[in-house]
Structure formats: C-alpha cells, structure tokens
Ligand binder design. Structure first.
Ligand SMILES: *Cc1c(COP(=O)(O)O)cnc(C)c1O
Length: 474
C-alpha cells in the first residue's frame, strides 16, 4: 500500500459538519476546517453536535493512548479508519514515553505529563498530529500550504517540529522578540529546514496575534498566498487535546476506584482547557475544571465575576500564558451564550469597542473554578513540591497546582496538567529552588551551540505581508 493511498479516499462518508461561532459562514467539512483554521466570517469552527460517549467509557479503560485517540477522533472527522489510525501512530511515534501522556502520583494529586514529545511541551500532543494531518490532506490534491503562526513560546517550536521538512508546507512563525525564553527561541530558530521561517517581531504576543488575525482575515490574500493557521484556533488541535483528558481520567479512576475526577489546567489561550470542557460535554465525568492563570488573569476574573475586561500583558515566569485576549475563549462563549451566534457577535463587538464585556447572565457554573497565581506563589509551589516529593514542576504546571491547592477541595482525585518539562524554564527553577543544576534535559543541552536563523520585523501588518509575498510568490 502506498503511503498516500488512504488519503485518496479522504472525503467519502457522510460526516460531522462544522459551524462558525459567529453564524455567518456555511457549514464546513472537517477537511476545510483543518486547512482554513478560521471560518470565513472570522469565527471559530465548532462541531454541529457533540457526541455523547458516556456509555463507551467502561469499554475504553484498557485502551492504549492511540486506541483512545482513534475512538475519539473518528467521531469528529471523516478520514477512513486506516488513514486515521496511521496518522495517530505516526504522530505519537515521536514521543519518548510508551504511554505518550503518563500520569504520576505526586503526594495527594496526580500529574499528567504532557511533555514527552519532541519539544518537551504539551503542544506536541496536538501539533505532531496536526502537521501530519495537513500533509495527508494536501497530498490528496497536490496543494501547497503556507502556515502562519503567532507564538508566545511553545506553539512555535511545536508547530515547526510538526511540519519541518514537509515538501507541501512552508511555515512562518512570528514570536515577540526577546519576550520568550532563550531556550524556547533556540528550539525554533535552530531548525534550519528550508521550509521554516522564523520572524522575530518587535512587539508583544498580542501584536503577533493581531497581525496573524488580520492576515488570515483578508480572504483574498489568504487565497492568493494559500495561507493557513496552526494556532490554537485550529479545531484539530482541540480535538487532539481532548484525548488526554480521557486517557488520564480513565487511568486515575481505575487506579483509585473514583467515579469522577477534577482537572487543574494552566491556561493562556484557553485551548487546552477548552478541550477539557469538550471532554466533559462528551460525558467524561469531570467534577471540576480548575482554570489557572498567572498574573495575566482576564480569564480567572471572567469566571469569578462575569466581566471580561482587557488588561495589560505582564511578563511572568510562565511566559506561554502571558496572554490577555485568549483566542479559543470564543468557542466557550458560544456554548455559554446558548449556542446563539448573534449573542457571540454582540459580545465580541462590545469587547472590541469598549475593551470590556459583561456577561448578561452570570451565574456560577459548578463545573468551573478559577484563580490566578503570581510569580512568588508559583516559585513557592515549585519549591514545596520539590522538597516534599522530589518532583520538579515547570512554572506553568506550578500555576495550575498552586491555584487548585488554594481553591478547590473535594474527594474527587485531582489531575494537574503538566504542560512543559521543567528544563525549558531553568531560570524559574533556579529562582524557586536556588539551584541551577536541577532543570536539565539532554535534548536542550544539545541546542546550546546550535546555529540559528531568524528575521527581525516590526509589529506592522504590511511589513509582514510583504515578507510573506516575497518568500511565497515565485
Ligand atoms: C501554551 C501553553 C500553555 C497554555 O495553553 P493554552 O491552550 O494556550 O491555554 C500552558 N503551558 C505551556 C507550557 C504552554 O506551552
């Protein structure tokens, strides 16, 4: 069987359609949703219905990660079964742990390690899959795709490692120059494959995201340059992330005999925790989603007060969460506002106009608990868990652990999502524990002397567009 033969049958079944959160785009197929990222009306794609899998859970408890991924993903996409299985197998073959996303007991909580992929952060779970998915869909028609990414750190290197060397894809990654950790920067700029372009933007992550949204929102340009997105708005990323909520919950329920679990999720763009929300709506017994932010706490404030109010981006020790406008939040708003796109548009317009929006029907939803942890508290938790349990948390993970510890107590086991390997953030670990020899990983050590390549550009849509045109048009 030739490697591309499953792809030739990609569009064949009757299948799940996707709708835009803003309601002004036609229903779309999985293929278009994946390749386009944003809907034509600039809304985010959501599935037309959410499958209920509660009755399957008992049968899934012994599934491997890949089997579980297959069972979940096939309900949302129309790839033939063998093509989907093959994609999943290849995507997770790059992980260095046989369980892909192992769960470890640390004191009276469980740590879900999402950092066993090539870039040592949780975004690999989604992007190793998405890169190969793009490739499969493009091979089918021989098309080219130019992926545009805005990153506050981990997305960029995970996206680059998802598509490097892929002949049908170029990738352009914008990062805020000097505002991501030096190691994260090197993980991106040391990839020298000719299809990889690193753009160091003179501005904040929100500037990068604004440029991305403007360019991808220009439909003519998007078509002419064959632009696509890999950012957390891409539905296939959410889809891939749903899987580890199931795998970890099933594991912990089996190990403890509990009939429900809680999750603590460090949050930036609301992509990871939105996948948890989907898992809950699919019937996974989640008692609570503890949403944890660093000092950039717009989301925590929203869940506690109903007010969504823009603040200033503050640099913290957990830079991948230094975000104010969370791009996936719109998906949650859609459900929160009764799946009514007119109300979503109204809310977003008010927010754009005034920099704040008040939810008209704020009532506390017991599924959610939310809070924030500042840098001091984050360091204190890293130190405490290290001293008590000999387990090293990265600063993002520590934000989740800290918020859950302070906020939420219940008999249901607590699963804390560990979103990065601590070696990615050695400065934070040194500040927390006072030693700089603890947070190491051989793959990162090897990068120290690697040659790098990047292009410096102002935070200006036109300049970025010119750069793309020069490098895409023959
Ligand atoms: C991206 C990232 C997060 C936040 O995930 P979102 O989906 O943006 O909420 C948390 N921790 C790390 C290490 C990340 O890279």
């Amino acid at each position: 069987m030739s490697p591309s033969s499953p792809a030739a049958r990609v569009v064949q079944k009757k299948n799940m359609k996707y709708l835009s959160t803003r309601g002004n785009s036609p229903a779309a197929d999985f293929r278009d949703v994946v390749l386009e990222g944003l809907a034509p009306d600039r809304g985010l794609y959501i599935p037309e219905r959410i499958p209920d899998v509660a009755s399957e859970l008992a049968a899934w408890t012994a599934h491997s990660y890949s089997e579980l991924a297959f069972e979940i993903m096939r309900r949302f996409c129309d790839l033939p079964a063998d093509a989907l299985r093959d994609l999943i197998a290849r995507a997770y073959s790059t992980f260095d742990h046989p369980d892909i996303a192992p769960v470890k007991r640390v004191g009276d909580r469980w740590i879900l390690e999402l950092f066993h992929g090539p870039t040592l952060a949780f975004k690999d779970l989604a992007l190793q899959f998405l890169g190969r998915l793009f490739n499969t869909l493009l091979e089918e028609t021989g098309e080219q795709l130019n992926i545009l990414v805005a990153t506050s750190g981990d997305t960029g290197s995970a996206a680059i490692h998802g598509v490097r060397g892929c002949p049908n894809i170029r990738i352009f990654v914008m990062h805020p120059r000097g505002r991501i950790s030096p190691l994260q920067e090197r993980q991106m700029t040391s990839v020298l494959d000719p299809n990889v372009f690193n753009l160091a933007i003179e501005g904040s992550f929100d500037d990068c995201q604004r440029i991305l949204k403007t360019l991808l929102g220009d439909l003519e340009l998007k078509r002419a340059l064959r632009l696509g997105a890999m950012n957390s708005v891409n539905w296939a990323r959410v889809l891939a992330q749903i899987v580890y909520y199931f795998s970890s919950a099933l594991h912990v329920m089996r190990a403890t005999g509990a009939d429900r679990v809680r999750f603590a999720v460090p949050t930036g763009n609301f992509g990871d925790v939105f996948a948890g929300y989907m898992a809950a709506r699919m019937g996974l017994p989640i008692e609570r989603l503890v949403l944890a932010t660093n000092a950039n706490d717009i989301l925590a404030r929203f869940f506690n007060t109903g007010e969504y109010r823009l603040g200033r981006v503050i640099p913290t020790l957990s830079p991948s969460m230094d975000i104010q406008v969370a791009s996936n939040f719109e998906r949650y708003l859609f459900y929160r506002l009764g799946e009514n796109p007119a109300r979503v548009r109204e809310a977003l317009e008010a927010f754009d106009r005034e920099g704040r929006w008040m939810s008209p029907d704020h009532a506390h939803d017991p599924l959610w608990a939310a809070g924030h942890a500042d840098d001091d508290r984050t360091c204190a938790v890293i130190r405490e868990i290290w001293e008590r349990h000999g387990y090293l948390l990265d600063p993002h993970t520590a934000v989740g652990v800290a918020v859950a510890q302070r906020l939420d107590s219940s008999d249901a086991p607590l699963i804390c999502l560990a979103t990065a390997h601590p070696a990615k953030f050695p400065e934070a670990i040194a500040r927390a524990i006072g030693r700089d020899d603890l947070a190491r990983h051989e793959r990162l050590d090897a990068l120290r002397d690697a040659p790098t390549r990047s292009e410096r550009l102002p935070a200006d849509v036109r300049r970025v567009r010119d750069y793309l045109e020069r490098h895409i048009r023959p």
